[in-house]
Design a binder for this molecule. Structure first.
Ligand code: AMP
Length: 373
């Protein structure tokens, strides 16, 4: 059976993939220009740039399948790999997700609700779009935006010129502001045989454009919302003929779920699956890309994941909290940089999730906040 996985990108996602592969006898090779790439503790490491065609060929030759830690893989790199081995997810899925306009068009074409929007490639088009959609609205560059970068909120007509300058006058979309109650994500895996495994909805809290906290399963989800999330992610996986793990980010509104964007990869809002799900998103991604059956996704206990951003609390203090699981990425702390996460699982599986987790969170959240710089 195929057991060799190549990964473009050797950061924390590549690291958690490689670590998940170890006990299964799956060997990973990563390509990453950083000599101290975090994944190198568990993977072979080709130290090379992501546009180094020779090095990508070397990665392909050592791998039964090549997958990706991030979506902004340049098309020539994808082609260089695809000439020599299998890639999963398909290049077309990465390409769609690289462009917010094609991504939204796909959502619409498969009946997945998304924010009203218009393509904008000049300031006069921006003025027309603002008149059509109304303000406030959010102007986002079509490509290369992440973690809240490459976007700005436009409050009124007088702000249009400034907004256009902020996004760098790049091809963009103007999106209506969605009035959401909270942000959710749904993570799912699909294998080449068409088997699909879906994790429960996760509730996500962002600050300054960065994910801070995820709660899984998301509390207070109606059967209808749960069914819609499963339906949306299934449609997306099937429309893309997708293989691997995908994350769909959703706004929870009074009119139902509205899709924001998808990530064609394992996702920060699924890190909790390592400690609380029978099969982690990382293991299911490896299983999917290698053509193995998928593993169960329903968590045994509710949990909360806290990102460690800019700094980490003392490991001993974290480990003193029952149910806390610390994950460090071996990264140097810098303001705004994700250097690890903690997942806290309920010790007692019965009863209300929030009650079960509250004592642990009352200790952990201040520790995490103090450590963040
Ligand atoms: P994104 O880069 O598209 O993930 O956007 C980053 C964050 O901005 C999201 O997590 C939301 O909190 C917020 N956001 C993005 N698009 C919208 C929208 N159309 N309406 C309201 N908030 C949004």
């Amino acid at each position: 059976v195929a057991t060799r996985v190549g990964i473009v990108g050797g950061g924390q996602l590549g690291r958690m993939l490689a670590l998940a592969g170890k006990p299964l006898g799956i060997t990973c090779t990563v390509i990453d220009p950083a000599p101290d790439a975090g994944a190198a503790i568990a993977a072979k490491h080709i130290v090379a740039a992501f546009d180094d065609i020779d090095a990508l060929g070397q990665l392909a030759d050592q791998s039964d399948v090549v997958t990706f830690e991030f979506e902004n893989v340049p098309a020539p790199a994808l082609e260089a790999i695809a000439r020599r081995t299998k890639i999963a997810p398909p290049a077309s899925a990465l390409e769609v997700s690289q462009d917010r306009l094609t991504e939204k068009q796909l959502f619409e074409s498969i009946g997945v609700a998304t924010a009203p929007h218009a393509a904008v490639s000049s300031q006069s088009e921006l003025e027309d779009a603002a008149a059509a959609l109304g303000l406030p609205a959010i102007l986002k560059t079509r490509t290369l935006g992440y973690d809240g970068k490459g976007q700005t909120r436009v409050e009124s007509e007088s702000g249009l010129h400034h907004a256009w300058e902020i996004v760098g006058e790049a091809p963009s979309i103007l999106e209506a502001v969605v009035d959401f109650r909270r942000e959710l994500s749904v993570i799912a895996a699909r294998s080449a045989s068409g088997e699909i495994a879906i994790y429960p909805l996760t509730e996500n809290v962002h600050r300054a454009g960065i994910l801070r906290r995820s709660t899984a399963p998301a509390p207070d989800v109606s059967d209808a919302v749960r069914a819609t999330a499963r339906d949306y992610v299934t449609r997306l996986l099937e429309a893309l003929d997708y293989v691997g793990v995908l994350a769909l980010e959703l706004f929870d509104t009074t009119e139902g779920l509205v899709a924001n964007e998808f990530a064609p990869r394992v996702h920060n809002s699924g890190h909790w699956t390592i400690d609380a799900a029978p099969t982690s998103q990382f293991e299911n991604h490896l299983r999917a890309v290698l053509g193995m059956p998928l593993g169960a996704t329903e968590p045994a206990t509710p949990c909360v994941m806290l990102n460690l951003i800019g700094g980490a609390p003392d490991a001993g203090a974290v480990n003193a909290v029952p149910g806390a699981h610390l994950h460090m990425y071996d990264k140097q702390p810098r303001p705004g940089r994700k250097i690890g996460h903690i997942t806290v699982t309920a010790i007692d599986g019965d009863g209300d999730a929030e009650d079960a987790l509250a004592p642990a969170l009352a200790v952990l959240e201040p520790l995490v906040a103090d450590a963040a710089r």
